[in-house]
Design a protein around this ligand. Structure first.
Ligand code: VG1
Ligand code: CO
Length: 541
């Protein structure tokens, strides 16, 4: 019996990065099956196709992988390449799709959201280029999920995902592969491993916090085995279904153990952390935290020092809320700079068309054209390569960058799990007043323009509207507001603040203090705290 009758579930609408729900929602009978069948249907079926499958090791991932394998078999897939233990980091899955010339892939992750029986789960479909499905596809998946009446699933025993090798599931070949090897090999082609090895051999100390999530095996293989970092460099290096209770979001709030070590006595030279599925990164020096927007700019300015990028960059792209620090580098290099909506899927066309080499988001995401996802371990290796090539530490590199380009002070304030109607009312009110804001002055700042960001993809001409509110002040400061598309509870309001200081004075302020006028102006104009009833944001990055 392979055909099962079913009925649509509400709300199977992929957000910024796939479908994310509370784990018990995904564990309801037919819920995952409906979404997978809708995905298969929306991409024209999977008959005779090759898929990649894996995830970040979180709770329910193994069971979900077994279901998907049986569904792929019943839908006629030729081959499914699955990471051992159903493990694949998001960038490694993207790489595997590309190197194996697969037709697509399914990634089981809710990324930086906690995992466990009462936490979050997620499913994302990636295309043959290795990148997240574009909006046209995610909309087709959603539309299909609203009319689905049946799904196909083979009645067969589970596949042994612990054993490497090839087995048959019906007529489908299931190939269980080492999740790390291909990815680690790719990294060796991009970065100067002998120079980084020499750095570690000279006593350079690093702490990598994998936060009990998927990068542990990758980080151990690459940093400790291949690059000679001291054994034990990788902390929390074993992926656990509940991430050991950690919230695997690499920012100063959630990676507080790393922050304490890096600001304490005898701190290592370099610290880094990554998220649940391994596509985010945080970079920390001894006593200094690098904001993700600055990290992107430093990478853009120095990437030519790594062997995979020595020909220079074709262009850079950043999401709209990300600071303009990278724009200044692009201007100096004389290369193109693109501003896209939030979410890695919007970089795919630019990367495929060869318009950009490096991309980044303020949400701890950086990557390049080596895959079609952001890539935490890649960014960390890029920093190590830059440190080795320049013979300078993180603090010196960042200070030198600010002296050269000026500093875009930057911070994001998140108000989590607000009632949806409260958040929507706040933004609807702002939308209604946008055009009237021009010329208004408050807290010493005058509004130059205010709009709602809409993006026209320069490659395929597709338009994505309602991508966040921008309030631009004279002098280059700005506040951006948008609602999260990855949360699973209520509405999360993200407010992004930026202020540019050209230097040479004023380059070493505390960002919250440097941004205080912009924060106060936004409060006056939007009433964030007043309307939400929240005196403080939940998370500041
Ligand atoms: C957030 C970030 C966005 C990122 C997305 C997926 O989305 O802001 O920049 O691309 O997460 O990252 P949102 O809609 O919640 O702001 V991950 O590491 O969760 O795949
Ligand atoms: Co992630």
């Amino acid at each position: 019996m392979t055909i099962h009758q079913t009925k649509p579930f509400d709300g199977q609408k992929p957000g910024t990065s796939g479908l994310r729900k509370k784990t018990p929602v995904f564990m309801q009978p037919n819920y995952l099956e409906n979404f997978i069948q809708s995905t298969f249907d929306a991409i024209g079926g999977v008959a005779a196709k090759t898929l990649v499958l894996g995830g970040d090791g979180r709770y329910f991932g193994q069971e979900a992988a077994q279901t998907i394998l049986k569904m792929a078999a019943a839908n006629g897939a030729a081959r499914v390449i699955v990471g051992q233990g159903a493990w694949l980091s998001t960038p490694a899955a993207s790489n595997l799709i590309r190197v194996r010339k697969a037709d697509g892939g399914i990634i089981l992750s809710a990324s930086h959201n906690p995992g466990g029986p009462n936490e979050d789960f997620g499913v994302k479909y990636n295309m043959a280029n290795g990148g997240p499905a574009p909006e046209s596809v995610t909309e087709a998946i959603y539309a299909r999920s609203q009319e689905i009446t049946e799904y196909r699933k083979l009645d067969a025993p589970d596949v042994d995902l612990a054993a490497l090798g090839t087995v048959k599931l019906g007529d489908t070949t299931v190939e269980v592969v080492d999740p790390v090897a291909d990815y680690a090999d790719l990294m060796e082609t991009l970065f100067d491993f002998p120079a980084i090895r020499a750095l570690f051999a000279g006593g350079f100390r690093m702490r990598m916090d994998s936060m009990c999530a998927i990068t542990g095996p990758y980080a151990r293989e690459i940093f400790e085995n291949r690059l000679g970092a001291a054994p034990g460099t990788v902390a929390h290096g074993t992926p656990l279904p509940d991430f050991g209770g950690m919230h695997p979001d690499p920012n100063p709030t959630w990676a507080h153990e790393l922050m304490a070590e890096m600001t304490g006595e005898n701190a290592p030279d370099f610290g880094a952390a990554s998220d649940g599925d391994g596509d985010r990164n945080m970079i920390v020096g001894r006593g200094i935290y690098v904001s993700p927007s600055d990290s992107l700019a430093v990478i853009a300015a120095n990437a030519h020092l790594a062997k995979g990028y020595k020909a220079g960059l074709k262009g850079v792209a950043r999401s709209m809320p990300t600071s303009a620090a990278a724009d200044r580098v692009a201007a100096k290099l004389g290369i193109a700079c693109y501003e896209t909506p939030t979410g890695w899927k919007f970089f795919g066309n630019l990367l495929d068309a060869g318009r950009v080499t490096v991309c980044g988001e303020e949400s701890f995401g950086t990557g390049s054209d080596h895959v079609r996802e952001k890539d935490g371990v890649w960014a960390i290796l890029m920093w190590l390569n830059i440190i080795a090539a320049r013979g300078q530490g993180v603090a010196e590199i960042v200070a030198d960058h600010f002296r050269t380009y000026g500093r875009n002070y930057y911070s994001r304030h998140d108000y989590e799990a607000l009632p949806k109607d409260v958040a929507n009312a706040m933004l609807d009110d702002l939308r209604g007043r946008l055009t009237a804001l021009k010329g208004v002055s408050t807290n010493g700042l005058t509004i130059e323009s205010a709009d709602e960001f809409s993006y026209t993809d320069p490659v395929d001409g597709s338009v994505s509207a309602h991508q966040g509110f921008r309030i631009l002040f004279e002098g280059g400061s700005r506040a951006v507001l948008r609602l999260s598309g990855t949360g699973t509870e209520g509405a999360t309001l993200r407010v992004y603040y930026e202020r540019y200081v050209p230097g040479p004075d004023g380059l070493a302020e505390d960002p919250q203090e440097a941004l205080a006028p912009v924060i106060a102006a936004a409060e006056d104009l939007v009433g964030i705290r007043a309307k939400s009833g929240r005196p403080e944001p939940d998370v500041i990055t």
